[in-house]
Write a protein that binds this ligand. Structure first.
Ligand code: GLC
Length: 428
């Protein structure tokens, strides 16, 4: 059966490939998404390394002059999605796109593909990608740490990649929606509205887009003007990890002159994590930079601490306790939000469902920190979900129901790269 699933996963990637770039799924997400594409590259790498790198190269075609790599590239207009290029006010750009970024997983994945490709292969192409990844990481260091703490702030929930996490509710309630132009959502025509963000969330999402647009998406101005500015442990962990992988690439490829800058970013992010530690909870949480308030729930990204290289028992021991408590509450690990928290909803997007790509990163970190038992629990649960419900966008941690879009590229990709029991395709 898993061989059939491997074949199906490959056919999903090929089917969602629009020619050098891959969409997350037809209908709901008809454009190129940032971290989706990078995870997709991992899936392609299991059977076509050239195509894998092409996916990443195509994403960087949309990089802005300031270094930012947008969260969506609108390569050709598709009316099945809202908000498209007109709503972002970027239609006149050579490559219309959204105006903010997404979690930077590229350096980690590029390193992995490069190292598994074997001596010398892909080197020229990875060398060409290196300065682009440097510029993107520099953009985060320059524009997404406005208070200089070392943690990464997002200006829109979409920038975190976890659109409607309960921890965004409090900061989002301060976003004024007065005067935003009327709009028609398209997502709820593709997917059951109960599995999607609410209407009020969308109104606030669009109010933040309007604020960014009014600044012409000038990164410095946007950070000052956005009605939403929250430090995110997810993106902070992911960037910290990506910086370590970028440093490894720099050493391997001879970009030694860039090492001090990268090492400076690493040291700063390590310090920044301390501010995101919620001592009452025993986990890293969000921090609203406008009010100074920490988030109140254990979200799945708290378990990315080992992935980011954290080896401090004062962090890892409470995390293990949370993991075991939550594992006793749900059938499938790892829910995107704590099932013991009132904000938990098992089928609503990032308020509870399991996401295969987050599981992949969590398990990767656990393995590297030596916790093979919990890592294997996460992998086995991800495999059970796919066997139970196919390559869905996300899954209920309670009963394994597949939810959101179907034939989803990144779910297929991490199946191939990691969750499939076929050992030749295991990356972790
Ligand atoms: C949703 C997810 C985001 C993902 C995108 C495309 O917006 O929250 O993480 O990148 O869909 O799959």
């Amino acid at each position: 059966m898993s061989a059939d699933l491997d074949a199906l996963a490959r056919s999903i990637l090929k089917d969602n490939d629009l020619g050098g770039y891959t969409i997350p799924t037809k209908g709901l997400y008809p454009y190129q998404w940032n971290w989706d594409s990078i995870f997709v590259a991992l899936g392609f790498a299991t059977f076509d390394q050239d195509r894998a790198l092409e996916e990443i190269e195509s994403l960087f075609e949309g990089q802005w002059d300031d270094g930012m790599v947008p969260h969506i590239l609108f390569r050709k207009d598709d009316p099945s999605y809202f908000p498209g290029p007109d709503a972002w006010g970027t239609s006149d750009r050579a490559m219309p796109s959204s105006g903010h970024s997404q979690p930077p997983v590229a350096a980690t994945v590029v390193r992995e593909i490069f190292e598994s490709a074997g001596e010398g292969k892909l080197e020229a192409r990875v060398r060409a990608l290196f300065p682009k990844m440097m510029a993107w990481h520099r953009w985060f260091a320059t524009y997404r740490d406005p208070q200089g703490h070392g943690s990464v702030a997002i200006i829109h929930p979409w920038e975190s990649g976890r659109d409607n996490l309960p921890d965004w509710d409090a900061p989002m309630s301060a976003v004024d929606t007065t005067g935003i132009p009327a709009f028609t959502r398209k997502d709820t025509a593709h997917v059951d509205p109960e599995m999607r963000p609410r209407q009020i969330d969308y109104e606030r999402y669009m109010a933040i887009v309007a604020a960014g647009r009014a600044c012409g998406w000038n990164a410095r101005k946007v950070t000052q003007a956005s009605p939403f500015l929250v430090a995110d442990p997810g993106i902070t962990f992911i960037l910290l990890r990506a910086n370590r992988d970028l440093a490894a690439l720099a050493r391997r490829l001879g970009f030694d002159a860039d090492l001090p800058e990268i090492e400076g970013w690493i040291a700063k992010l390590e310090r920044g994590l301390e501010r995101l530690w919620n001592p009452e909870l025993g986990a890293h949480t969000t921090l609203d930079l406008k009010t100074g308030k920490l988030g109140q729930g254990v979200s799945s990204v708290a378990f990315l601490a080992p992935y980011a290289g954290v080896r401090d028992e004062a962090v890892l021991a409470p995390l293990r306790a949370h993991f075991d408590r939550i594992a006793g509450r749900v059938d499938y690990m790892v829910p995107s939000y704590d099932p013991d928290h009132q904000g938990f909803e098992h089928l609503r997007y990032w308020r509870g469902p399991v996401w295969a790509v987050v599981n992949f990163m969590i398990a990767r970190g656990l393995t590297q920190a030596g916790d093979h038992t919990r890592a294997e629990r996460v992998r086995a649960d991800t495999a059970r979900l796919v066997k139970h419900s196919g390559f869905a966008e996300y899954f209920s941690p309670v009963d394994g129901t597949g939810a959101g879009g179907k034939s989803f590229s990144w779910t297929a990709a991490v199946w191939l790269a990691w969750a499939s029991p076929n050992p030749s395709q295991r990356a972790a």
